[in-house]
Design a protein. Structure first.
Length: 414
């Protein structure tokens, strides 16, 4: 089936999905989660084919992003059930105004319609995106990367099987078969068929969508995330936070890419950080260092792009600064607006950091790895928006809605 035909079927399903009750949607989500689990063996076999084809073509870290296991599929199903339990956003009255002339004006949430999602090699995005769109009464059109196509198709087939068994139009969840740039470009310009486009992936994909899309597009973030270790920080806490933020899953967008360290503690802190992240590690972290840090620990000179790279790997850039002002200035110059953190025992420095950095999520004494829909209580997320209009940060159900005004009168004329 061509991309154009898939988009037409998606558009025709909008009315069917919008009219579903919360009970009908919740029942269908429960069935879809069951189908995901009952098809786990087949999904895993298709996933293994994708992994075999990808080996040698993408990094080991990216292979990890692509890989599924029974536990990961169970987590995907549980994530769907978490979304099922959330309140239905469709039809929620956001605000009510009663005018002097007796008109009652209700600002009411309604679905976007058809949401297109272009993403790369993370299979869990398939189920996350599908359930978020369905629960919010939207139709989704998924276009995954070629590395994960078999896996994505197996997941989508299980979800569509669940919809069909509930008597619901299976075209509410669509997967584009064409994984070339042609299909991505067609989605970007599908005015009248796609109501919102969300790219999830690397800088190149997101830039292409923002630059070329003629449909409304959300800029989701490349994550050049910073952690600033201020001079009053608890050293052990800072080490633990940086270890978690860099190594727990380095291939994700909320992983720390840059450690910014106050020079007053650098000579004590950096050797301990270097030891923590390199010794007795299956995969030691490589350091990219500025001139000051290079005098304290071994590393690759930062160079022109050292602080403007989303490594998505076991690589950490280190910048030494004189004070909090310089730390914030460095972050403002190099951040992608995703997540920043300060580790400090100085409440005034924490407030300055919060008020003067300009990212979707700002942390005090915690890892940036919490920037995630599940961790924020949203069930799961469609992506992390780094723009400021409509949606910012983890995109849950509310961010997949727009609104209209319902005006109730009793014969008023103007």
């Amino acid at each position: 089936m061509t991309t154009a035909e898939i988009l037409s079927l998606a558009k025709s399903a909008k009315k069917d999905v919008k009219s579903l009750t919360n009970e009908e949607k919740n029942h269908a989500i429960s069935v879809m989660a069951d189908k995901l689990l009952s098809n786990a063996e087949y999904i895993l076999s298709e996933n293994q084919k994708d992994i075999n084809d990808a080996k040698g073509k993408i990094s080991d870290v990216m292979i990890d992003r692509l890989s599924l296991s029974k536990d990961r599929i169970t987590a995907m199903a549980n994530g769907m059930r978490d979304v099922m339990r959330l309140p239905d956003p469709n039809g929620r009255v956001l605000d009510t105004v009663k005018r002097p002339n007796g008109l009652i004006i209700e600002k009411t949430a309604v679905p976007m319609g058809v949401i297109g999602i272009i993403y790369e090699s993370r299979p869990n995005v398939t189920s996350d995106a599908a359930v978020l769109c369905f629960k919010s009464s939207n139709v989704c059109v998924l276009r995954g990367g070629k590395e994960a196509y078999r896996t994505s198709k197996a997941i989508v087939n299980a979800l569509r099987e669940g919809l069909e068994s509930c008597g619901i139009n299976k075209n509410a969840i669509q997967l584009i078969g064409d994984t070339t740039r042609d299909s991505a470009n067609e989605m970007m310009t599908a005015k009248g068929k796609i109501d919102l486009l969300i790219p999830r992936g690397g800088k190149g994909l997101i830039s292409a969508c923002v630059k070329n899309a003629t449909v409304p597009c959300i800029e989701t973030g490349t994550g050049i995330c910073h952690i600033y270790v201020e001079k009053t920080a608890d050293i052990d806490m800072a080490l633990s936070i940086l270890d978690n933020a860099k190594t727990s899953r380095p291939s994700v967008c909320n992983a720390c890419e840059v450690a910014v360290v106050d020079e007053e503690i650098a000579e004590v802190f950096l050797p301990r950080l270097y030891e923590r992240l390199t010794e007795n590690r299956e995969t030691p972290v490589k350091f990219v260092v500025d001139e000051k840090a290079a005098k304290i620990i071994d590393g690759i000179p930062a160079g022109e792009d050292g602080f403007d790279t989303e490594f998505l790997d076991y690589v950490l850039a280190v910048k030494i600064v004189e004070n909090t002002n310089e730390a914030v200035e460095h972050i403002l110059a190099h951040s992608t607006g995703h997540s920043e953190a300060i580790v400090t025992n100085d409440s005034q420095k924490a407030e300055y950091f919060i008020n003067n950095t300009d990212s979707a999520a700002v942390y005090v004494n915690a890892s940036t790895r919490f920037t995630d829909g599940g961790e924020f209580g949203l069930g799961c997320e469609m992506g992390i928006s780094t723009q400021k209009t409509h949606a910012r940060g983890p995109m849950g159900l509310s961010e997949l809605m727009t609104y209209h005004y319902v005006i109730k009168g009793n014969g008023q004329v103007r």
